[in-house]
Write a protein that binds this ligand. Structure first.
Ligand SMILES: C[S@@+](CC[C@H](N)C(=O)[O-])C[C@H]1O[C@@H](n2cnc3c(N)ncnc32)[C@H](O)[C@@H]1O
Length: 286
């Protein structure tokens, strides 16, 4: 699918259904190129080396076409896995990929078609939740899951307000082009997703996130790091005398240069998004 013919803004505005149609086909071809294949392998290796004892229950949140699920099935042959996604198109591809593991795959892997965030999923059961190359598209006709699950959390809203309206001390270093209201909305929306991720995990469970970035975490400005930590629920310092709800403790983060960043370029057509890669972040559920 030629990305130049896709109007991403228009597609994303239609809601998550686009991953059954145009963006589903786009992601089918993106996720099977060599950059993504290499990234999935690296993420799986990172996860395997992290666990001294295999995690018993693993969830791939927004699992797409099941690339990570199949790899983790290989790394952890005795674990039970679940892949959750809203796209029946991508889940069908995941099923096809999982079949290659042998006919008993359904005993080990469950594929769940649901719109995320979904707070009715079984809580507190997973040892590991992964969230890889996220692009959760909110349903324009249903903001209830956000409204009812912390979008208006008082302390979070106060911290988000401060961080969304703050500016870099040096204007040359400003990386955010969106207006403060949009930044505020997206910070609180992402925090609800993190609350959903946390809810799926046991206390002490691990969340591994792989998301697009253009620098190692410690090279990001303090403001960008604070916003990131807020969104993932690991912010552990007060901001303007308010403490955001803490969901995770930050364990570590590694930056990999990778052409997967072109996923972002396809959407923004901003040349600077052609350079970068992804951050692999490990968090502990508190
Ligand atoms: C960029 S893809 C990443 C897929 C997978 N994690 C990977 O790395 O290959 C984003 C995924 O999020 C899913 N998604 C987007 N919005 C969603 C929503 N509101 N509910 C459930 N799934 C959603 C899409 O269907 C798609 O599979």
């Amino acid at each position: 699918m030629d990305y130049k013919r896709i109007d991403f803004d228009q597609e994303l505005n239609t809601g998550p259904q686009t991953y059954n149609e145009t963006l589903g086909k786009w992601w089918q071809s993106r996720s099977s190129d060599s950059a993504h294949t290499y990234a999935y392998r690296r993420i799986a290796e990172h996860i395997s080396s992290f666990f001294a004892r295999p995690p018993q229950r693993i969830i791939d949140y927004a699992c797409g076409a099941g690339h990570m699920l199949t790899r983790l099935c290989g790394s952890f042959p005795d674990s039970r896995l679940a892949g959750i996604d809203r796209s029946s198109f991508l889940l069908k591809l995941a099923k096809k990929r999982l079949r290659q593991l042998g006919k008993d795959w359904p005993r080990r892997v469950e594929l769940i078609e649901t719109e995320l965030p979904d707070f009715s999923l079984p809580q507190g059961q997973a040892d590991l939740v992964i969230f890889v190359f996220p692009n959760i598209v909110p349903n324009p006709d249903n903001d209830q899951p956000y409204e009812e699950n912390g979008f208006h959390h008082k302390a979070d809203a106060a911290v988000a307000k401060h961080l969304a309206w703050a500016r870099e001390p040096d204007p040359e270093e400003e990386t955010v082009e969106d207006d403060s209201e949009t930044v505020y909305d997206s910070m609180l929306t992402d925090k609800v997703i993190s609350r959903n991720l946390r809810g799926l995990l046991k206390k002490g469970g691990i969340c591994v996130r792989a998301h697009y970035a253009n620098a190692p975490r410690d090279e990001l400005s303090r403001l960008v790091r604070q916003r990131l930590a807020f969104e993932e629920g690991s912010l552990d310092e007060p901001v303007s005398a308010h403490r955001a709800e803490r969901l995770f403790a930050f364990l570590g983060s590694t930056y990999f240069r990778s052409k997967v960043t072109e996923d972002v370029y396809h959407q923004t057509r901003d040349e600077s998004d052609k350079r970068g890669g992804y951050l692999l972040t490990t968090l502990l559920a508190v």
